[in-house]
Design a protein around this ligand. Sequence first.
Ligand SMILES: O=C(O)CCC(=O)C(=O)O
Length: 216
Amino acid sequence: MQAAVAWQPSLFDGGPVALDTGYGALRRIVLDERSWVDYCPGWLSGSDVVFDDLAGEARWQQRTVKIYDRTLPEPRLTAGWATDAADDEVPEPLRQMAAHLAARYAVGFDRIWVNLYRDGSDSVAWHGDRNRLVMTRPLVATVSLGARRRFLLRRRGTSRALHRLEPGHGDLVVMGGECQAEWEHTVPKTAQRVGARMSVTIRHSQPATGERWLRT
Ligand SMILES: O=C(O)CCC(=O)C(=O)O
C-alpha cells in the first residue's frame, strides 16, 4: 500500500542520516523504583530522509484491533521487519538503529515495527506492549520521525497521565524495567492540525541471556 501522507519536512532535520552514539542528550525519567524511560532528543539526525524513504518504500498495512466483541481497523498504518531478515530487506537506517540499541542495552532485538500516524485522527490507545506476557522487563525502544505527538504514561489501573513527552524528529524513547507490565502508554488523537509522524519501534522477545519464561 502506498502511504498517502501530508508530509511537511522539518527545516532542521533533512541532513545526513547519523546516530548520536554517545547518547549525549539522554536523560532518564525514573517512573518508580521498578520502571524507567530513557529520553534522548535528537538521537537520529536526518530523520526527514528516513521518514521519506519509509513512507515511499515500506509495505504499509492497516491491522485490526479487537475492542470488546468488535474487530476494527487500527487508526494508523504499520509495516514490520525481522531484524535478521536478508540484508537488502531491512532499510539500512533501521538496521543500524537496532544494532546500536542492542549494544547499548545488551538485548537481542528481533523485530522492528514502524507505525505511521497520518494525521491527528490516527492514534494508539492506552496499553502495555504484549512482550510483557512472554518475558519479564522487556525493553521497547522507539525512534520518532516527523511531526511531534503527545506520548503519555500512566500507572496501569489508573486514569491520570503522570508523564508527558512530545517526541518527533529523531527523538529516542526507551521504556524499561516493569514499564510494560505496571505502566501504560498512549499516543492520543488530537484535534490540532498536525503533520504525519512515524514511530520506529524496536522490540525483543528474548533477553540476551536466553532466559525466558511466562509471566503468570
Ligand atoms: O508511536 C509510539 O510512539 C508508540 C507506539 C506503541 O506504543 C505501539 O506500537 O505499541
